[in-house]
Write a protein that binds this ligand. Sequence first.
Ligand code: MN
Length: 203
Amino acid sequence: MAFNLIDLPYADDALDPAVSAETLSFHHGKHHQAYIDKMSAAIEGSEYADKPLEAIIASARGNNQGLFNNAAQSWNHGFYWHSMAGDGGSPSDELQSMIDAAFGSIDELKGQLKDRGVGHFASGWVWLAEKGGKLSIEETHDGDTLADGDFNPLLTIDVWEHAYYIDHQNKRPAYLDAVLDGKLNWRFASENLARGTTWTYPA
Ligand code: MN
């Protein structure tokens, strides 16, 4: 199975000023492309060649760190592009009630996402995830992912410096504020919750 760089689900200036077209030209066009290319080269002709991306991630975890990193980063970035939108709408009634139960309010959830993102040491990902009917904020380090675990990830935010350095320099809190202020894709999160199974990267 060959994997391609997925198209951005919006115009390249849709997330401005949180994430500019220039950032996307590098982050999507160069970084994500490189993860896809390295993974594709690694799986060609191997036991992994015909597997879905989620199965490659699960198989490579703990066995082939180089492949795992590139496969997980390929998946994480596809999920991240969908986690943002120029106008991401509002949570579904189901998601809103689970947010209220777990965090008290959507503003409190955003505050906790910011705190976890700011506090995350070095590179990684901050996630809103569901497991057993309950929401939580999770963090994964470097290229690690929730794609193959027990959680159903609903949204993610990339906190690697390459996600924000062009637009916000070293100010990760400013990047998180800007993304949290109207650029999260609540429609995508609601779809992920309603489906009840983890999003799959398009083959
Ligand atoms: Mn990234």
